[in-house]
Write a protein that binds this ligand. Structure first.
Ligand SMILES: NC(=O)c1ccc[n+]([C@@H]2O[C@H](COP(=O)([O-])OP(=O)(O)OC[C@H]3O[C@@H](n4cnc5c(N)ncnc54)[C@H](OP(=O)(O)O)[C@@H]3O)[C@@H](O)[C@H]2O)c1
Length: 338
């Protein structure tokens, strides 16, 4: 486990424990700063190690959540040493020979792995959990999505920034200058998630949502348009998606379809104030979908509200599910060689 002390890494360890992940040995890797720290893993303590060529030998699986630069350097090294890497960063997601997998949507893509499997971006992950069954049933022509993303998606420093700024505003004190985001996040909404690469008027997060959605669905002909916003919420991303289907599907049919989809729970009784919120999904693995309704401006469009815990299904839970699938399907290197 590389990046074991971070927001995603610590959630991965928690999910592995909850699901009794079958491992003889688990080694948590982090930066030199954390080496020697112990992490609680239920019946045992795990001691954090720093990465080195000698320390990475002998593993079947390596779960990465330490950012793109570390994945660029170290994922190939783990893979060369015989492990299958499940990577949470964006480093390998769009590489042609790296499967990008959501366990419930395209697990078959794992069969073609060559040592590295990528875990999708959190916003994309929860959105395709709803889009996958709709694509199978009636086809999809186009998706227009707008996200409302929690600060834990940026990591622990962003959570601390929101808390400090919020405390200052409520206490009528001077608000600390933003350090993680370009503007104050407390009591604000920022129409920027990640960065604008030179010359692009979409952010890198928006590009990920558009490219990764098509790759996971396996359909280059699905149009995707994304606007991603950061909101002052600790955990839980929300997505408003407008889905234009190939064949018509009513809101009731869509509710029934999604209610039977693995990992999706329909929460949809708006007249009684029942719909998914970020707080409802925090700590849960399911993706919650509600506000399913026809678009009055187009006869083959539905509007959906899709909410997921960005640290769990959006990152850790899917990574552990993928690791489980690699194991039970005999796709680890040792099993393939046998
Ligand atoms: N947060 C989310 O919702 C989310 C969702 C999907 C994907 N991701 C992706 O997951 C990755 C991690 O995100 P995060 O939010 O968990 O970040 P984070 O809280 O900042 O954690 C970063 C982790 O990387 C480790 N690290 C930093 N430098 C290292 C080095 N030189 N060698 C080894 N380990 C090092 C850190 O160890 P120290 O504690 O020692 O610094 C820490 O364990 C990113 O690629 C992110 O894009 C995040």
């Amino acid at each position: 486990m590389v990046g074991a002390t971070g927001a995603v890494g610590s959630t991965i360890l928690g999910v592995m424990r909850e699901r009794a992940f079958p491992a003889d040995e688990i080694v948590p890797f982090a930066s030199e700063r954390s080496a020697g720290r112990t992490l609680d893993y239920g019946d045992r303590d795990l001691t954090v190690a720093a990465l080195s060529d000698a320390a990475i030998q002998g593993f079947d699986l390596a779960l990465f959540s330490a950012g793109s630069a570390i994945s660029a350097d170290w994922a190939p090294k783990f893979s060369d040493a015989g492990a299958v890497v499940v990577d949470n960063s964006s480093q390998w997601r769009m590489h042609e020979d790296v499967p990008l997998v959501v366990a419930e949507v395209n697990a078959q893509a794992l069969e073609d792995h060559r040592g590295i499997v990528a875990n999708p971006n959190c916003t994309t992950m929860q959105t395709v959990m709803a889009l996958g069954p709709i694509l199978q049933e009636v086809g999809i022509e186009r998706v227009i999505m707008a996200s409302y993303q929690a600060v834990s998606g940026t990591g622990q420093k962003a959570v601390d920034e929101l808390r400090r700024q919020s405390e200052a505003v409520i206490g009528a004190k001077e608000v600390p200058a933003p350090a993680v985001y370009p503007h104050q996040i407390a009591f604000n909404v920022l129409p920027q998630v990640e960065t604008f690469k030179e010359g692009d008027d979409y952010t890198t997060e928006e590009r990920k949502c558009m490219g990764e959605t098509r790759k996971i669905l396996g359909r280059d002909d699905v149009g995707v348009s994304a606007t991603c916003a950061r909101v002052p919420v600790y955990t839980g991303h929300s997505v408003a998606a407008n889905v234009q289907t190939r064949e018509p599907i009513s809101p009731d049919e869509c509710r029934a379809l999604l209610a039977s989809a693995p990992g999706v729970v329909v929460v949809d009784d708006p007249a009684n104030g029942v719909y998914p919120t970020a707080l409802d999904v925090t700590g849960r693995d399911d993706v919650l979908v509600g506000r399913i309704r026809s678009d009055p401006s187009h006869e083959r469009c539905l509007n959906l509200w899709i909410v997921g815990d960005n640290l769990r299904k959006g990152a850790a839970t899917n990574a552990v599910q993928v690791a489980e699938l690699l194991n039970v399907r005999g796709l680890l290197r040792a099993a393939r060689a046998a």
